[in-house]
Design a protein around this ligand. Structure first.
Ligand code: GLU
Length: 449
């Protein structure tokens, strides 16, 4: 028998910024499907019209593109309402859904009563007992029905989860899920199943906060299609303070914020791909390495902790190893003139993010501020400078002439040449500046006295 195609989907709700937690789910779907050869669907879950926005969708797409997570197809739930309607009608015809008329307040009250009696606060299917006349009366009085799916009672849903292994959830502990709201809109639980069936999704990879959802959805899958996809429930990411990452959006954990802050996409990818797995994160990994290393079997069940500092550290390491050819376009986007391989090699080990190149460009190409340094020492700098400059010789002669060494020697040297306490290695700066520029910087110092 020919194996069917692997089809996965990443299904963000466009109700805010993409955060590292969602992104990790997108990445795991992507790695899995690229490893197994198949189709990656991006599905925008925008049925909640009040909370969804086009701006949020645009940003999600931009974030994914920036990270190199490309999709093969894009669908929006808001454009698929007809499909939901058709499938819903089929469920009405076979009696798997039923109309209910309770108000939110009534439902809440019933739940409270059940809870106070120590009975699980699930929906007790009161609406199933309504006669046709009672329903008609309710509708005439202005009540609009909402619809629930009738779960297969007395059964447990079992599946082999690619991360958790065997999972079994008794359905009698779960309420019949609402599929359609009183205003006629479809709920995600249902829309998602219809989409997964229609788009032939073979593997649903998502956070393990969806496990109970999955039990319910498998029952709906069976009612609609007679079979369900495979599932992988990934432990949710926690931030270093222990909070769930999704509760910290808007902070440094949102992907767009990281993009704005100049984090390298490769840093994010290699950290997220390895978190919670037995793989070590390696800043040198490219997407194809991550695909190669990927396996659900390497994933642990504990919630991994995300530390934004790791992404910063990796960004530094990646920049330090990037060649001029790899960054030339980015440097040009920063409007830097006269950039060269030599310029890049001088600064690359000192960058926290690529945008800092502007700062070093300013220092290396423009006149720098004159600072108060010991005039005697600056005079010696000039008298020991040779053309062409030989770093080792210059330092040796300056040492000899001034009797200084260590910090006493290098600190004023760096201050006169760069105007800053820290920065790229002096040897690199001196080689880059060359005799003429070095001389001018020193002379400017002396003239300003
Ligand atoms: N829009 C849903 C969410 O963000 C998708 C969950 C799923 O993958 O089915 O939670």
């Amino acid at each position: 028998m020919q194996e069917s195609e692997v089809i996965v989907r990443f299904a963000p709700s466009p109700t805010g910024l993409l955060h590292v937690g969602n992104l990790r789910i997108a990445l795991l779907n992507y790695l899995f499907v690229r490893k197994n050869g198949g189709k990656f669907i991006l599905r925008i879950d925008d049925t909640d019209l009040e909370r969804s926005s086009k701006e949020s969708e645009d940003l999600i797409l931009k974030d994914l593109e920036w990270l190199g997570i490309g999709w093969d197809e894009l669908h929006r739930q808001s454009e698929r309402l007809e499909k939901y309607r058709l499938t819903f009608n089929e469920l009405v015809n076979v009696g798997r859904v039923y109309p209910c008329y309770e108000t939110k307040e009534e439902l809440l009250l019933r739940r409270k009563i059940r809870a106070s009696q120590g009975i699980p606060p699930i929906y007790e299917r009161a609406a199933l007992k309504l006669t046709a006349e009672e329903k008609e009366k309710l509708e005439r009085s202005g009540r609009k029905p909402y619809w629930r799916f009738k779960l297969s009672a007395d059964e447990s849903v079992r599946w082999w989860d690619l991360v958790h292994g065997e999972i079994s959830i008794p359905l009698d502990a779960v309420s019949d899920p609402v599929l359609v709201k009183p205003d006629g809109s479809f709920v995600y639980t249902f829309a998602s199943v219809v989409d997964d069936v229609e788009l032939a999704v073979s593997h649903v990879i998502r956070g393990d906060d969806h496990i109970t959802n999955t039990a319910v959805q498998i029952d709906i899958f069976l009612a609609i299609a007679g079979k369900s996809p495979d599932f992988a429930h990934v432990p949710l990411l926690a931030s270093i303070d222990g909070q769930e990452v999704s509760k910290r959006v808007g902070s440094a954990l949102s992907v767009s914020k990281m993009r704005e802050n100049g984090v390298d996409p490769g840093a994010i990818l290699s950290i997220l791909a390895s978190l919670g797995t037995s793989n070590n994160a390696d800043h040198r990994d490219k997407m194809h390495n991550l695909i190669e290393k990927f396996s659900f079997e390497k994933m642990s069940l504990a919630s991994p902790k995300f530390n934004p500092e790791d992404v910063k550290t990796f960004t530094r390491k990646i920049l330090a190893e990037k060649t001029f050819a790899e960054v030339e376009d980015e440097l040009r986007k920063l409007n830097l003139k006269n950039i060269s391989e030599e310029f890049w090699n001088t600064i690359r080990e000192n960058l926290h993010f690529i945008g800092e190149s502007v700062f070093w460009h300013e220092i290396l190409f423009n006149e720098i501020n004159v600072l108060k340094e010991d005039e005697n020492f600056v005079n010696l700098m000039l008298s020991t400078l040779t053309n062409p400059v030989d770093f080792d010789k210059w330092i040796a002669n300056l040492k000899l002439a001034s009797g200084r060494r260590g910090k006493e020697l290098f600190h004023p040297l760096r201050m006169v040449l760069t105007g800053h306490e820290n920065g790229p290695e002096l040897r690199k700066i001196i080689d880059f500046l060359g005799y003429e520029r070095l001389r001018r910087r020193i002379v400017r110092h002396l003239e300003a006295k």
